[in-house]
Design a protein around this ligand. Structure first.
Ligand code: DHB
Length: 391
């Protein structure tokens, strides 16, 4: 009797021990669900962010505060229905600690209610419509906003011989933000916006729009299109001889995207843009970042998407460290707010009130350096908060 009891107790203890080992093993993991467009029109965004996230992990180790970091990458093809399903699966089945990525605004917005319901921090590494951070109190952004970078161009252009402008933007959140905030500031400075044109996001044909711009003959055309679409705009702009007709191109840096710039040809030389990151940013931190990125990915040059991914991983790692691996979603979120650090783009911080990134915005001109085209910075506006939040 006694002996049987003893054996039973020992058996149960072994079972309990193995169960607690299993859950300890799982609780020794920290899972990041990275939802990105890996195929389709926005695929370069996914490629850049995944490469940067893996670089961050290679440089900083895959164990933080005693937890083994697991990166789960999912392709949403920049389609919000898919984003939503993947976010749900990652949160419910995989029990991820954080969701991250989000290549386009509709994808970031589709996941926001799930982040709220499950109290899972959502780190937006790419999407850049101002209002995104207001869609969930669990959103933290490591990319930028279109108002943040467009206002700088509205100040620069009228001081540099541009008195009349036609705007041409992709017709969705970030394009509408770029149009609104550029136009308001440009007009405030005495500039005239002759016409506002919007092109569809999917498979845009720029030809009829550019013909219209040619006929209107403004001093400059202001452009926003998302990462990956810039080369097509540039090609058609040059093919139509717009520059020779005396129309300058000015844009947000999404157009002279480092992922594509070097293939745009010398016609891109001299184009002035405003943005928060250039691969040519002359800081030691950025030089190290670009070198390491290119060593790990020999055919790529990191762009602003890569930096959003790299810094987003930093925000997650540091939050995990600060909470000593013990915190849930709310504790992690609290530890993400207010982080201050030196990014490859320059000094940044996560505004504790808005959960949005505050950063320097640069004016840059396309120039040739060592036989390659780069966005060379020539002016800086320090510590720019998202102007979209001030309203
Ligand atoms: C968005 C996507 C981009 O590729 C970009 O350059 C800027 C904004 C977006 O959908 O929010």
């Amino acid at each position: 009797m006694q002996r049987r009891q003893l054996i039973q107790t020992a058996g149960l203890t072994a079972l309990a021990l193995s169960m607690s080992l299993a859950s300890a093993q799982d609780s020794n993991k920290f899972k990041i669900g990275l939802i990105l467009p890996m195929t389709g029109q926005q695929a370069s965004t996914g490629r850049q962010i995944e490469a940067a996230a893996r670089l961050y992990m290679a440089q900083n180790g895959d164990t933080v505060a005693g937890k083994k970091i697991e990166l789960i990458v999912k392709d949403d093809v920049a389609t919000p229905d898919v984003t939503k399903r993947l976010a749900q699966e990652l949160i419910v089945n995989d029990k991820v600690n954080v969701i991250a990525g989000f290549g386009v605004t509709p994808a970031a917005l589709a996941a926001a209610p799930l982040a709220t319901q499950s109290k899972t921090p959502q780190v937006v590494m790419a999407a850049a419509t101002s209002s995104i951070t207001e869609a969930s109190p669990y959103i933290v952004r490591s990319s930028f906003t279109l108002p943040q970078v467009s206002v700088a161009m509205g100040d620069w252009a009228p001081k540099n011989g541009v008195k009349s402008v036609v705007t041409l933007v992709a017709d969705y959140g970030p394009g509408n933000d770029a149009e609104k905030f550029f136009t308001e500031r440009f007009q405030l400075n005495g500039g005239k916006v002759v016409e506002k044109l919007r092109v569809p996001l999917r498979n845009p044909d720029f030809a009829p729009f550019l013909q219209k711009v040619r006929d209107l003959k403004p001093d400059a055309l202001f452009v926003f299109v998302p990462s990956g679409a810039g080369a097509a705009v540039m090609k058609q702009f040059l093919e139509r001889g717009m520059d020779k007709a005396g129309i300058r191109m000015i844009a947000t840096g999404d157009v002279t995207d480092d992922d594509q710039l070097n293939d745009m040809g010398d016609g891109a030389l001299g184009v002035v843009t405003s943005h928060h990151y250039s691969a040519a940013h002359p800081s030691p931190t950025n030089k190290k970042f670009v070198e390491a990125f290119q060593k790990a990915n020999p055919k790529m040059r990191p762009n602003f998407m890569a930096v959003g991914g790299y810094d987003g991983m930093r925000v997650i790692y540091e939050a995990l460290k600060a909470t000593k691996g013990q915190g849930g979603g709310d504790a992690l979120l609290a530890a993400m707010k207010g982080q201050i650090f030196e990014s490859p783009r320059g000094p940044v911080y996560i505004d504790a009130q808005t959960r949005d990134i505050v950063q320097d915005v640069y004016l840059r001109k396309v120039e040739k350096k060592d036989g390659q085209l780069y966005n060379v910075e020539f002016d800086v506006i320090k510590g720019v908060k998202d102007p979209g939040k001030a309203k």
